[in-house]
Design a protein around this ligand. Sequence first.
Ligand code: DGP
Length: 112
Amino acid sequence: MDCLFCSISRGEIPSAKVYEDDTVCAFRDIAPQAPVHILVIPKQHIASLDEVTAANSAVTAHILEVIPQIAKAEGLTRGYRVITNVGEDACQSVHHMHFHILGGKKLPEQMS
Ligand code: DGP
């Protein structure tokens, strides 16, 4: 399957990785929208949060464990925002589930 984030997770396309383990990796967004902008993805291909089931939810739970560790390592002591875009109305552009971590500045209150 031709998936950009699968290729990044396998190291076939370079990225600035900040975290990696057996099931998850995290790397800096190529077009950062905040001083810290990191994407956390499962290594297995899951198209979006819409595709999470009992069979693959453990990796999603693991992502939620890893996010605060990354935020701490990035020094986001004043807080941060986590976003996952799902589908067309949310403007999901890469169809491999990813969680944006945004921080390092006061983020706008408005989210839509
Ligand atoms: P979304 O709109 O939620 O699907 O966000 C996709 C994000 O992926 C967007 O913020 C830009 C980022 N992105 C796209 N291509 C690349 C890439 O090749 N490398 C990296 N590091 N990030 C990418």
